[in-house]
Design a protein around this ligand. Structure first.
Ligand SMILES: C[S@@+](CC[C@H](N)C(=O)[O-])C[C@H]1O[C@@H](n2cnc3c(N)ncnc32)[C@H](O)[C@@H]1O
Length: 205
């Protein structure tokens, strides 16, 4: 029996260990993502300022969390992911920053981050929006936790030069349009652009 939630984008559960990593396969998928997912250009779009509090939803193995602490002046980087296996891998990958209190990793989802209202300046989600069970509920939750003037960045496989995996997983235009329309309903400023291997939305609260 499949216990994974249905994805709003494909209207069926996604069973891949990359989407719902658990056990040995999930940890292997995490290590693979850590090596292959290059997310430096997401940092430019996110534009973190010194002292910002940042939330990554669906942090997976924690590669972007590591970049955020190494390359930005964020005061605190929070990560939430529903997978205990990914929380453990990301904790190992960011061991020192976790110990120093610059990174806080926990279990959660885009729909239920567990954070208080208006508690972060930046929110980022990379390669998980199409796995969420409910797009609108996820976006409402991100809107709830980000401060006025803060930004939310949502990225999914695609971009101007996608590799084979990103090409296979990229969303059709109607699904990208649905993300854009849903963002426009609750955020004041929404832009869409293509990075090298990612389609990216940036929304201001
Ligand atoms: C393909 S991985 C991407 C991980 C990481 N962001 C990266 O790019 O390397 C997808 C991640 O989304 C997480 N995930 C699954 N459902 C989610 C949800 N509803 N909200 C947030 N994250 C979710 C999975 O546990 C997994 O770690």
């Amino acid at each position: 029996m499949d216990t994974n939630p249905r994805s709003w984008a494909v209207d069926r559960p996604v069973t891949s260990p990359f989407a719902h990593p658990s056990g040995v396969l999930g940890r292997l998928a995490g290590r693979f993502m850590l090596r292959t997912n290059k997310q430096d250009d997401v940092l430019d779009v996110l534009d973190v300022r010194p002292g910002d509090q940042v939330l990554e939803v669906g942090n997976g193995p924690g590669g972007l969390v590591r970049l955020l602490t190494a390359r930005t002046g964020a005061a605190l980087v929070r990560g939430v992911d529903p997978s205990p296996a990914m929380r453990d891998v990301a904790t190992k990958v960011n061991r020192r920053a976790v110990r120093d209190g610059r990174v806080a990793l926990g279990l959660g989802t885009a729909e239920r981050t567990g954070l208080t209202d208006l508690s972060v300046d930046r929110v980022v989600s990379v390669n998980n929006v199409a796995i969420w069970p409910d797009l609108e509920a996820g976006l409402r939750e991100l809107h709830r936790v980000v401060r006025p003037g803060g930004t939310v960045v949502i990225a999914w496989h695609g971009g101007v030069s996608p590799g084979r995996i990103a090409r296979d997983l990229r969303l059709p235009d109607d699904k990208l349009a649905r993300i854009e329309a849903a963002l426009k309903k609750i955020f004041v400023e929404v832009t869409r652009r293509e990075l090298v291997t990612l389609d990216v939305f940036r929304a201001v609260r």
